[in-house]
Design a binder for this molecule. Structure first.
Ligand SMILES: Cc1cc2nc3c(=O)[nH]c(=O)nc-3n(C[C@H](O)[C@H](O)[C@H](O)COP(=O)(O)OP(=O)(O)OC[C@H]3O[C@@H](n4cnc5c(N)ncnc54)[C@H](O)[C@@H]3O)c2cc1C
Length: 376
């Protein structure tokens, strides 16, 4: 259920193991968004395990120089290269639509895709999912239906979605109009819970993201563009240049939500089959540390490992999957939530923290979050 990053990656993994997969997606087309995003080294390793090279196949731009600033000064700067495990895996800025294309291109003939299929019936006893007109019986139901997954409360009640109280506007600018960047990726923490970040997408141009307090804005893209201009008017260069170079049609906005507390379990076994939660459906994390897509890819790769390990028993595989994923998910979700809470604190809190923490601490935190290797 769901052909986002988690669903597509799971379908690739299962088909490689020789399964027949029905991929049910409510959208009419399998395509990504016109957005830039960071994929940390952990996600790049997970992609590689799926047979996809983040630099060659997704045209990822290595983040060799990442900066965290406040409006007045640089607070810390570190390299996103070689984060975590002792290998040469880079962290990259990527175009979301290119990531989707790479994943979709790896779907084999054993994956039947059903677009425009909104699952509204899930049977966790007889293991089936369906919409108004069809029902698909399965040995394994993968709920990869995003943060609002209706399957999560059925498997693990008490893991609601929390509104983070901020909204993120994102812009993407083609290369010929993109302003000059001072680093591969930058995040600037300002007053009133506002943040502005930008990144280099190589030939695909540049992208930026602006976090502001409040809910989704109902105004037209033109008015939203004017509002963003006003909110960030006195911010240091090149913030204004990024906003000015973006056309209202190149803007999107997304609410920020996360799952908290986390589900106490990620799967439910029935007979020799079961249902499992993956990606944001299982653990939508506050996006402040840009970990969500990496976690979704890691989930899929770990499920493949668990099914290879217990080919005779899906329940055993799901139990191994749960055990392997729980500590990692807990850690990333806790840190993401903590950083989100600090960043939502008063101006003084964020400012003094940014001043107090040394570069080496930030680099170590980033390294420990990216420290994931495919299990073997
Ligand atoms: C502002 C913002 C910035 C972010 N930046 C980054 C970043 O830089 N790096 C990063 O790694 N992550 C980032 N993330 C997080 C990342 O986008 C998500 O974690 C990731 O996309 C989750 O993938 P998913 O497949 O689990 O869920 P989704 O992408 O939500 O996919 C779920 C799919 O299920 C489908 N679906 C839902 N319900 C049904 C149904 N009933 N029937 C059929 N289909 C259904 C949906 O249409 C969708 O295609 C960001 C998130 C936000 C909000």
């Amino acid at each position: 259920m769901g052909a986002g990053v988690a669903g597509l990656a799971s379908a690739i993994v299962l088909s490689k193991l020789g399964w027949r997969v029905a991929l049910l997606e409510r959208r009419e087309r399998l395509k990504g968004e016109d957005l830039g995003m960071i994929l940390w080294a952990s996600g790049v390793r997970a992609l590689r395990a799926l047979g996809i090279d983040a630099t060659l196949d997704v045209a990822g731009t290595p983040v060799d120089h990442f900066e965290i600033r406040n409006e007045e000064r640089l607070s810390s700067s570190f390299s996103g290269a070689h984060l975590g495990a002792d290998d040469s895996t880079p962290s990259v800025m990527i175009h979301n639509a290119m990531l989707y294309e790479a994943l979709v291109s790896r779907l084999s003939d054993s994956v039947e895709v059903y677009p425009a299929t909104q699952v509204d019936r899930i049977d966790l006893v007889d293991l089936a999912a369906g919409d108004a007109s069809r029902r698909w019986d399965a040995d394994l139901v993968i709920a990869a239906d995003g943060i609002d997954s209706p399957t999560r409360p059925l498997i693990a009640p008490g893991a609601p979605t929390v509104d983070a109280g901020v909204v993120v506007f994102r812009g993407i600018i083609p290369a010929h109009r993109a302003p000059e960047r001072v680093a591969d990726a930058v995040e600037i923490y300002g007053p009133d819970r506002r943040r502005f970040g930008y990144g280099d997408l190589g030939n695909a141009g540049a992208c930026w993201w602006a976090t502001v307090p409040g809910g989704m804005r109902p105004e037209s893209p033109q008015i939203q563009h004017e509002l963003i201009n006003r909110w960030f008017a006195d911010w240091p260069a090149p913030v204004g240049r990024f906003i000015a170079a973006t056309r209202p049609s190149e803007l999107t906005q997304q609410p920020v939500r996360y799952v908290w507390p986390l589900p106490t379990r990620l799967h439910q076994s029935v007979g020799n089959g079961g249902t499992v939660l993956m990606g944001d459906a299982a653990h939508g994390v506050a996006p402040i540390l840009a970990q969500g897509a990496s976690l979704a890819l890691e989930d899929a790769v770990t499920l493949g490992w668990a099914l290879r390990r217990s080919p005779e028993s899906i329940p055993d595989a799901l139990a191994s999957y749960d055990r392997a994923r729980a500590p990692r998910i807990k850690r990333v979700a806790r840190i993401s939530r903590r950083v989100h809470t600090i960043a939502s604190g008063g101006r003084g809190v964020t400012k003094s923290l940014l001043r107090a923490v040394p570069d080496s601490w930030v680099q170590n935190q980033a390294a420990s979050l990216a420290d994931w290797q495919p299990p073997n």
